[in-house]
Design a protein. Sequence first.
Length: 86
Amino acid sequence: MRILRRFSVADLVAVVETTTSSTVGTYASLLTRTGFLRVWRGTGGRMPASYQLVRDSGPIAPSIMKRRTVLYDHNTDTEYSLNANP
């Protein structure tokens, strides 16, 4: 994410350890809800959505914690609630 300007879920699946696009898509969605990513919708429903990193807090990726209720940023020691409405 830090290297690519814009990327899709398929782009991330190609470079991460998991091979399921649903897992990567869920993570991207949570990062979008907490302000780390901006989503760019595909045009006319034909193009897949792409994402852009807008909050680059450091080299360690945020973790989903506390039974999927918190996104934790290891770089800034900050918790972002996942319970609030996006």
